[in-house]
Design a binder for this molecule. Sequence first.
Ligand code: CO8
Length: 188
Amino acid sequence: MRLLFDQFMKKCEDGSWIHLPSYNYTLFQRSQDISAFIHAYLPTASKLINEEKLLQAKIFTRNFEDGLGFEYVMFYNDVEKRVVCVFEGGPYLQGMPGCLHGGAIATMIDATVGTSAMIAEGIVMTANLNINFKRPVPLCSVVLINSQLDKIEGRKLFISCNVQSVDEKTLYTEATSLFIKLDPEKQV
Ligand SMILES: CCCCCCCC(=O)SCCNC(=O)CCNC(=O)[C@H](O)C(C)(C)COP(=O)(O)OP(=O)(O)OC[C@H]1O[C@@H](n2cnc3c(N)ncnc32)[C@H](O)[C@@H]1OP(=O)(O)O
């Protein structure tokens, strides 16, 4: 993980790649911003949200102690419209014995392609995520999640993604996704 981090940080030196900051909370740090977002974009859902509990909200992937859950770092290449995530799924993410849980893989795919969509179009939501699990990901191994923004049609963003071993010899997972840029005029 450290070796790959250093390799990508080196790529950032000429500005072709950017190290993306990781968030422990949603992109909105203050609760009133979260509340304003929900009332603006998700009025239907806002009626069901417990505002008090909302104060404890954290990004799902940032809820485990170091090394036990989702350990990851993302880098972005604006020319290629790519986000690459270096990810190690910790021991608390086990599915079948010795394997990373499929839901944990889906989460990190969603986070990676979602980051790509947010960079391109701001406030987006996942409308569709199709995942082919081709080989089991060994638990606690480091993988590369490569996402590619394929096209934008109106509010629709089509992003593909694969999960490979660090030596890129093993293809673990392939996915396609559709993100929709939220329209504040539309009741979601
Ligand atoms: C920082 C890390 C980033 C993390 C990112 C994580 C993102 C998430 O996990 S979001 C949570 C999971 N997603 C959700 O809960 C979303 C639930 N769905 C929704 O809220 C709505 O369906 C939403 C917002 C996606 C689309 O609703 P709305 O804005 O009304 O758009 P809508 O008019 O229905 O559709 C717009 C277009 O997309 C198409 N479309 C919408 N959904 C789909 C779909 N599932 N499949 C194919 N096409 C679709 C529509 O057909 C329409 O196409 P066209 O413009 O050609 O007619």
